[in-house]
Design a protein around this ligand. Structure first.
Ligand SMILES: [Zn+2]
Length: 141
């Protein structure tokens, strides 16, 4: 747990939806985007937008369809909500960033929800930093 920094608050349903997506996609990784808002001390996750996993090998990496992201950015341009993060699953791994995830870290500031290892699909939240991740407390409210 971090000593300071924002907490991540998911509205009810978002984490269940991520778990269901993880279950449905296994043995491939599920992925998608997270909508919400950045407040001063917390990041609220209010909705999720599933994406096909277009990675070359979706069993061990993920890539969100850029068309889905573009559409989301257009749709949220005038609203109070925006893309604040993404989610993906590790069907055979922990709910923590993998070596591959660290290689693909190109956008600091986003929240990454990672669902690890079915069938229980533990979900943890990570803040993407410049070249690493920091875990953030995750609650449902
Ligand atoms: Zn990963």
């Amino acid at each position: 747990m971090p000593e300071s920094g924002p907490e991540v608050v998911a509205v009810p349903g978002v984490l269940d939806a991520v778990r269901q997506a993880a279950r449905a996609a296994a043995p491939q990784e599920a992925c998608g985007l997270l909508l919400g808002r950045n407040e001063s001390r917390r990041i609220v996750l209010s909705a999720y937008v599933p994406s096909p996993n277009i990675a070359d090998d979706p069993t061990c990496r993920f890539e969100v369809d850029p068309a889905i992201r573009l559409r989301l950015q257009r749709e949220t341009r005038d609203g109070g909500e925006s893309m604040v993060g993404l989610y993906h699953s590790h069907p055979a791994g922990a709910a923590a960033p993998s070596a591959t995830d660290r290689e693909c870290l190109y956008e600091p500031g986003l929240v990454w929800l990672i669902a690890g290892r079915g069938p229980r699909w533990i979900i943890r939240a990570w803040l993407a930093l410049q070249d690493d991740f920091r875990e953030l407390p995750l609650t449902v409210a």
